[in-house]
Ligand binder design. Structure first.
Ligand code: IPD
Ligand code: CA
Length: 270
């Protein structure tokens, strides 16, 4: 994809994020319809509506692309381009009226299809465009691979803090009992070592806060690709380190995203 096409894709993702953001703001104080809930998660009818709105806009711009979303997926499993969408990242916050949520949209390109065995093959994608939008603060983070990340059009950089003592670390407890139980002992070890710990409830916003130097790192043991695809690129384009590895669940990862200086000290506490 040429750079002019990537810029066009970025403009499309920005427009889609704004539209979804508008719908999120309009519904802030309204009663929300719950589609399903578990102990640590809620899914709203509005999640689905926002995703449909985004899909309509991005598929109009790139009709051949596939969709991989928190609410729905479509298109070929090995499509050359795919949009990775989290229509409302921070649904639990939003359900409780807490205005800390984001819209996350990434465009990925297929980099290769590697034969894992004679029977199975794996398709590998990389993110080339990323947008994270906070509709309540009207903050729009954007990145195109290889270029500077921006917040509302202004380039951003990660922090220079290299000691845990004065760092703000964000963590997520994910959705499963198993991940919560695994995360708690680590949380207990980290809290006394850092200036502040924050559990804000939107992984995409945590990533772009690290990219902007507001947080110094973000750690979570069970996160999905749609939570992190856009924010991960934005972080890398802001000079940060987007360390993540598959956690065995479909599209699932554990992640230690940082300004690049705090990964090792945080790993030592694991
Ligand atoms: C969740 C949020 C939360 C994180 C969870 C995510 P959702 O996404 O990003 O901060 O801890 O792991 O699943 O469900 O609000 O879109
Ligand atoms: Ca999410």
């Amino acid at each position: 994809m040429k750079i002019a096409e990537q810029k066009k894709a970025l403009a499309t993702a920005v427009a889609a994020a704004r539209k979804a953001g508008q719908l999120i703001r309009q519904n802030h104080r309204r009663v929300k319809t719950v589609n399903s809930e578990t102990q640590h998660d809620i899914k709203l009818e509005l999640d689905v509506r926002c995703q449909k709105l985004i899909e309509k806009i991005v598929l109009k711009a790139l009709p051949e692309s596939a969709i991989l979303g928190e609410e729905d997926s479509s298109g070929a499993a090995n499509a050359e381009l795919r949009w990775v969408i989290d229509p409302i990242d921070g649904t639990v916050n939003f359900s409780y009226g807490i205005p800390h949520v984001s819209v996350s949209i990434a465009l990925q390109r297929r980099v290769h299809i590697s034969a894992k065995s004679s029977a199975a093959s794996e398709v590998v994608y990389e993110t080339i465009v990323g947008v994270v939008y906070d509709p309540f603060c009207d903050e729009m983070w954007t990145a195109i691979r290889g270029q500077a990340a921006k917040l509302n059009g202004i380039p951003i950089r990660v922090s220079q803090r290299n000691k845990l003592d004065n760092a703000i670390i964000s963590m997520g407890f994910a959705k499963s009992k198993e991940t919560v139980e695994k995360t708690l002992p680590y949380f207990v070890r980290v809290v006394p070592r850092v200036r502040k710990m924050r559990i804000m409830g939107s992984a995409a916003l945590a990533l772009v806060y690290v990219a902007s130097g507001r947080f110094d790192a973000y750690v979570e043991g069970g996160i999905s690709l749609w939570d992190i695809a856009a924010g991960g690129l934005i972080l890398e384009c802001a000079g940060g380190e987007f360390w993540h590895e598959p956690n065995g669940k479909e599209f699932g990862y554990r992640i230690l995203a940082s300004n690049g200086l705090l990964r090792k000290p945080l790993e030592r506490l694991a």
